[in-house]
Design a binder for this molecule. Structure first.
Ligand code: NAP
Length: 238
């Protein structure tokens, strides 16, 4: 499948930042985007913007940490659309700023549960529909912190190293069904991620739209091949 017009694309963490840019981009390419995150007001606003621009957007607010809610969401998508062609696991939290030994277990859990278990729950819910359709593309948003050490961000780094391994493994599990799984590992992106200012020059950072461009490239790759991973760096060091 080379075009995505008319296909359903689900994006987690679509309330703002990278996920919102991916939602806009895939909608502009003709997909029906399903925007998810916890912040319903922001999702509603983004869906309205997409529709005003001539795109098709739905939204559903839920917490990725809640297994039963993820299952209910997936059942609703199956009922309304019969499945989805694209799943972008983008939602993530940082909880950085402390060495590992000072990191509270609750912060460790929030990072692992959102960044790693959330992707697992979504794949668990949607892979069976993709397998039935013998088509699909799963894109997981990792980080260069999933390739490098990250001082004062060990839990975050570990979650993204884990997400890379999960993606490569699930790609092997799904490729026989014509389903592709890819991971994107960006460096610093100009979003509000993590709250405070990093002291980096925002205009030199990767922009959310740059990540969305990579997603657009991956989902339009001709069906006989797929890109396993993209490492995305800013041209000038921010
Ligand atoms: P962001 O602006 O903070 O957005 C994070 C998104 O995740 C929000 O839409 C948030 O929405 C959602 N989210 C968080 N916890 C959730 C939960 N429990 N259930 C459902 N949704 C949840 O961050 P971003 O920069 O766009 O980051 C997106 C992804 O890119 C993350 O995986 C991040 O690790 C990765 N990344 C970011 C950078 C960077 O420098 N910004 C670099 C490399 C990789 P709600 O709060 O409304 O739920």
């Amino acid at each position: 499948m080379e075009g995505i017009s008319g296909q359903v694309a689900i994006i987690t963490g679509a309330a703002r930042g990278i996920g919102a840019a991916i939602g806009k981009r895939l909608a502009a390419m003709g997909a029906t985007v399903v925007l998810t995150a916890r912040d319903e007001a922001r999702l509603m606003q983004l869906a309205a913007e997409i529709e005003a621009a001539g795109g098709r957007a739905e939204y559903e607010a839920f917490d990725l940490l809640d297994e039963a809610t993820v299952e209910r969401f997936a059942a609703g998508i199956q009922q309304r659309h019969g499945g989805c062609y694209i799943l972008v696991n983008n939602a993530g939290v940082g909880r950085m700023g402390k060495p590992l030994w000072e990191t509270a277990p609750a912060d460790w859990d929030a990072v692992m549960d959102t960044n790693l278990r959330g992707a697992y729950l979504m794949i668990r819910a949607f892979a069976p529909m993709m397998i039935a359709a013998k088509a699909g593309h799963i894109i997981n948003i990792s980080s260069l912190a999933g390739h490098n050490p990250l001082k004062n961000g060990a839990a975050y780094s570990a979650s993204k190293w884990g997400l890379n391994g999960l993606t490569y493994s699930v790609a092997e599990e799904l490729r026989d069904y014509g389903i592709r799984a890819s991971v994107i590992a960006p460096g610093s992106v100009n979003t509000g991620f993590g709250g405070g200012s990093s002291g980096k020059n925002p205009s030199r950072k990767i922009q959310p739209e740059d990540v969305a461009n990579v997603v657009a490239m991956l989902v339009t790759q001709a069906p006989q091949s797929f890109v396993s991973e993209v490492l995305l760096r800013p041209t000038f060091k921010p």
